[in-house]
Design a protein around this ligand. Structure first.
Ligand code: NAG
Ligand code: NAG
Ligand code: NAG
Length: 387
């Protein structure tokens, strides 16, 4: 018996050393731009494999409801894109659109359009995304423009943070060039796409353009924060081991090329914003959405001082800070209305400077199916005037 248990210990040690080595190797590779890029974007995973983008019907969309076309960016990339007609327009026609391209400009004037910016990995024909187009074109009666960023699907080029924002802008400009009014275009991002949407939202605000709104589905506050809260398979904290090494988290921040710092873009977005997150999202914790909502709220709440020396707070300093916190909390409750919807979740909302910011926390939907929850779609529809 002692013999086997020794053998077991030796093997366990070997496994641990092995896992440690794989972890160290993975972290090392992430420091190399090529690998970091492929890990952030996962654009090499072109699911569904060998998709025929000319046949959206094969993936569940109605016959002749979708135009497959190519979009050009300001820096000469060519992007694969689908323009999907809203169901109300599609059903109003006496027969199937033929060709679909002849209907784009009329549809853009009849119904709002959602510019859908997808998350990392896979293509615009991926099942979970198709379910979004179906739900958005039916429940919100919106047209949908879904693009594949550079380096994804049948698009040219390689992805980069700046490049993806250019791609989103090219899609926006295409819609406007076809006659869509900015106030009829909703920018909607999912997961990695929320980083792109927030930056497009900030860029539009800078240019004095006000879209119908910016919707962030399952967003993250920044890739750096995401790494800190990410759990492999929802279980193993990715960065916890690294955090034990002094200054290591600073090194990681420095090595990050693709930052997607939505938290820094937030102050620049002046449009209406809906943030939605599922509490059972095991990829990106919903606390990221709370951080973003609070960042929108922060300019409207009074400051609370931080203690001069947290180790020895004086009595009068303590009293002052507690009073500041009380005033802030009263102001918060006066500004933010909160509605509990049993079995669905909650909706928090505030309005200031002529725009509203809404946080929807859903109990279900996970990371990939949050946006197809009817309650989430309705919260967006109600907040942004679809109904
Ligand atoms: C894009 O391509 C066109 C023709 O192929 C070329 O004339 C132009 O200079 C290119 N622009 C950029 C920004 O590379
Ligand atoms: C669908 O559109 C194509 C052209 O885009 C056209 O050739 C075809 O006839 C249309 N189908 C029907 C049933 O109208
Ligand atoms: C926000 O706006 C400021 C001032 O225009 C600009 O310097 C900054 O780069 C913008 N940040 C983002 C993330 O858009």
């Amino acid at each position: 018996m002692p013999h086997t248990s020794q053998g077991f210990l030796a093997r366990a040690r070997l496994y641990l050393v092995g896992i440690g080595a794989i972890y160290a190797g993975a972290v090392f590779l992430l420091g190399i731009p090529y690998f970091q890029s492929h890990t952030v974007y996962l654009n090499a995973i072109k699911l569904p494999w060998f998709a025929n983008f000319d046949a959206p019907e094969k993936y569940g969309l109605a016959p002749n409801k979708t135009l497959n076309f190519k979009l050009n960016t300001a820096d000469n990339e060519t992007l694969g894109a689908w323009f999907i007609l809203s169901d109300s327009y599609y059903h109003s026609l006496p027969s199937l659109p033929s060709p679909v391209s002849a209907h784009v400009e009329i549809a853009l004037r009849k119904r709002p359009t959602i510019l859908f910016l997808h998350g990392n990995a896979a293509t615009r024909a991926f099942k979970a995304r198709i379910l979004h187009y179906e739900a958005l074109s039916a429940r919100l009666q919106a047209n949908v423009l879904a693009i594949d960023y550079r380096g994804f699907a049948d698009s040219t080029g390689t992805p980069s943070e700046e490049g993806l924002v250019k791609d989103a802008r090219a899609a926006w400009d295409w819609l406007v060039s076809r006659g869509a009014r900015p106030e009829d275009i909703l920018v909607m991002g999912h997961s990695l796409g929320t980083g792109v949407s927030a930056q497009l939202g900030a860029e539009l605000s800078r240019d004095g353009i006000r879209p119908k709104g910016v919707v962030l589905l399952s967003p993250f506050s920044s890739i750096r924060e995401l790494l800190n809260t990410y759990h492999i398979f929802g279980l193993v904290p990715l960065m916890r081991p690294l955090a034990m090494i002094p200054y290591m988290t600073n090194v990681v921040t420095w090595a990050l090329i693709h930052k997607f710092d939505t938290l820094r873009a937030v102050p620049n977005i002046t449009a209406d914003v809906v943030i939605a997150h599922a509490q059972n999202d095991w990829d990106i914790p919903y606390t990221h959405s709370e951080v973003l909502f609070n960042a929108f709220l922060a300019p409207y709440l009074p400051q609370v001082d931080s203690p001069m020396n947290p180790m020895s707070i004086k009595k009068d300093e303590w009293a002052r800070i507690s009073e500041q916190q009380r005033v802030r909390s009263v102001k918060h409750d006066a500004l933010v209305t909160r509605t509990e919807l049993p079995h669905f979740g909650s909706v928090e909302k505030f309005e200031a400077d002529g725009r509203k910011v809404i946080l929807v926390k859903a109990l279900a939907g996970g990371h990939d199916y949050l946006g197809v929850q009817e309650g989430v779609q309705d919260a967006i529809g109600r907040a942004l005037g679809f109904f």
